[in-house]
Design a protein around this ligand. Sequence first.
Ligand code: HEM
Length: 350
Amino acid sequence: MGFFTVKVALCCVVVLLLGAFSDAQLDNSFYKDTCPKVHSIVREVLRNVSKSDPRILASLIRLHFHDCFVQGCDASILLNNTDTIASEQFALPNNNSIRGLDVVNQIKTAVESACPGIVSCADILALAAEISSVLAHGPDWKVPLGRRDSLTANQTLALQNLPGPTFTLDELKAAFLKQGLNTTDLVALSGAHTIGRAQCRFFVDRLYNFSGTNNPDPTLNTTLLQTLRVICPNGGPGTTLTNLDQTTPDTFDSTYFSNLQSQNGVLQSDQELFSTSGADTIAIVNSFSSNQTLFYENFKASMIKMSIIGVLTGTQGEVRTQCNFVNGASSSFTALATKESTEDGMVSSI
Ligand code: HEM
């Protein structure tokens, strides 16, 4: 047996051991040695893009949420339509609604040029969400890292799992429970609607014909009703935008919750949290409204909880070279070559 064969055999043993011992644990300092600048690279891209497009911060927080609720936080939402992939991007809750795919690619390009083949697209989504919160003057938190990217997407599951704006409180709770998220997580995470926009088509029923009554939603503040009727005329274009938080639209604060207290929630799913009679969510809305620090603490904890749903780790999935496509034959060869050289380092250090 030649030296090369022994070396290859050793590599295989290491690969097997790595596979056996890799667990689902993520780690805040996952890229400490392999891509120490990843956080600042993502921040710089977002800082620049947000100067001309402040809404991008909201869009990226939402993109992470829509990734995590569909087969886990595995960047499946980023996969484009191909012969073998039915893209989640065209599922009803995402189609003509999610934004930021181009900015994720911009981040990926910048990260790849600093540390090729190291940082997953799923981790980029999680980091971008946290940095977006900070840039919108919201809370910061340590993002657990080490996710890997999926080899598949699931358009059907996107339709099934992503909650809709006309959901009742029970339906919202069920959608979150399915992901292992409780009622407090639901209220805290809905607080992300303290920034960003919504298209008329997602709430226009509340303005003219709520639940087939031919009347507006009684839980919608009458002044806001008049305002929204001007922005969204009956039968008008469903794509016109309005602010989800009508008070401080681009600042990540607790006014989303005080808005709910004055029936100024834009989506039915927002107002449900406060206006469902006897609901356990009312007290939570009240506490977040009166104590922004408490909202931040809960938002941070719930974002971390959401960000680890169904993650791929260790040798599962892959680190995509291009976020919109699984690695092809040529790029998986590159990934293998990178892996082998890393393992060489490990073998010699034992
Ligand atoms: C509770 C159930 C939820 C429902 C029914 C819901 C629904 C929606 C809808 C309909 C929009 C407007 C989209 C458009 O007009 O194109 C929206 C926007 C948004 N959602 Fe949610 N959402 C929910 C929970 C969440 C969660 C958990 C997060 C993040 C943690 C989130 C973050 C956002 C953000 C930041 C925006 C603004 C996006 C932008 O301006 O591009 N949402 N949501």
